[in-house]
Structure formats: C-alpha cells, structure tokens
Write a protein that binds this ligand. Sequence first.
Ligand SMILES: [Zn+2]
Length: 312
Amino acid sequence: MENIRIPNDATYSPISLTDVAVAAPIAARLLLGATLPGRVIQAAALGLYAGSVAKDWNARKGVRRVDFVAEFGSDVDRLDAQPVALRREEVARLGHLLNEGWTPERPDRAELAVRINEVLTDYIAGITGQRVETSSEIRNVTLASLVFPFAMGACDMLSGDVAIFKDTGIFEPHVIAHEFVHRKGYWKELHAQALSYLACRGSGDPVLVQAARAERMHRQLRVLSREDPEAFREAVDHAGLRDELKDAFRALRPDPGAVASVVGSGMKQVYDMRLKMTGQNGLSDYDEGFTNFLYTFERSPSARQPRSQAAL
Ligand SMILES: [Zn+2]
C-alpha cells in the first residue's frame, strides 16, 4: 500500500501558528508601533507559518482523493431530498439503537484522537489504496473559538491546525473525525461530515459507533425542528432516549446569551455565505446535506462502495 505522510509541523507547535500569524502583527503594532522590531516579529511569525504550510502543500500533491460520485453515487451537487416521514422513522430507529448500544466509556481526548486518526486513515485507504498519514494533535484554545462561538471545532485548512472548542461528550469522536478529514485535505463540509460518519460507523469501536449514530440523529432532529431550539428540545424529550443520552442531546442546544446569540447569528450568515461562494450548499450541508447524502448513497444504483456502509 502506498504511503504519504503530510508533516503537519504547525500542529506540533506549542502555540497555534495560525494565531501567531494573525495576532503577532496586531500585537506588534500595538506594542511597538510600525517600528523595525515590530516588522521583524511579524515577518518571523509569518515565516514560521508559511514554512509549515509549504511543506504540507508539497506532500499533499501526491494524494489521491476520494471520488464521491463514483464511490457513493452522491456529492454536494448530487443529493436526493430525504422525505420527512423517512427522517422521523430514522430518528425513532436511531434512538432505539443508541439506547441499546449505550456505552459510558469516555477515553481521554489525546488517546481518542490517535484511535480516530487510525480508523479514518484505514477507511480512506480502503477506498483510494493510499494511506495518507497526518498528525493526531489537537488544540483546546485558538482565536477562532472567539470568532465562531457556534462552532464545536475548527481546522485551519492551510496549516492543518485543529482545535476542539468545547466538550460535546458522546459527540466528540465525530467532531474530531470531522476536523481530521479536513486535515487530510478535504475542505468541503459535506465531505467531512460524510467521511467522518462512514469511518466511525464502520469502525466496530462502540465509542465511535455511538458518536456516529448520535451525530446522525442530532442532524435529523435539527432538520425536523427547522433550527428552532424550542422544537429541538421538545423532539429530544419525546425521542425515548435514556437519561444520559437525553442530557447529551440537550446540552447541544443551550439557550445562548443575548450577546452570544447576536454575534453568533451574524457570524453564521457570513459563514453560510462563505460556504456558498466555495461550491457548497451553505450551512445546510452539516445537517440537511449530510442526511441527504446518506439517503442518496443508500439508494444509489451506481455506488462502488457497499451501500450497507450507510446503515444506521
Ligand atoms: Zn468542517
């Protein structure tokens, strides 16, 4: 099997180089004015960042990417709309499967990241015949968490730096896998959602399978409740979930504070626009697009991958 290693040097730096590159010029300007030392700091920060980006860029050139239409019969521009009745049916079945397969195991984040990276690398290699080795490092704090308060995590596509902003409990393996898909060079949100689900769901690891099913149910509930937090809570309460699961789902949609909700909705619109300008369908790719992708794959007559991979 062919092996490609993307160095991801930036991810091993003790502080986020993305933050240094963004914040150092501002800090230097504030502290030192547009003086020579200020410019030196700025240049050094950008140089460090650019060096890591260039090495990764070079390594990524040899990567064979998953062809979504050929493998799954589904992609960003090839999605069939799943009927509402089938969404409701799926929610009921997922609730049942989650109750039955419940595991309280909560591995340490760093250990979990290594496990997930392995599963993801294997899954993609099974499709492309090529192992794309990437870093398993994760950060807890970056500037991006202040700018995108509604996000659970982020990946800087240039440097491969991944940050997880909050503890989402049973959902965390999926969030990590989603960001790691980006790190392997897939920048579209639908692709990150889909590959994360398929890899975790097929892993045979109860913690990862639980995360995949929980994410699928979470996204179905968001579609069915049409982004209304009250309707979402109601749907969770009536899903017949055991208490631990119910609490985990409730925690996903807390009442945002007044300021956070204004900042959050403003940034959401900007982010939605950014997605649409880059050949994606918008924020809907996280939930409606993702669930439609699995629905389309499940029924595809031409998919090369076994359709059983889209199982609940
Ligand atoms: Zn993403």
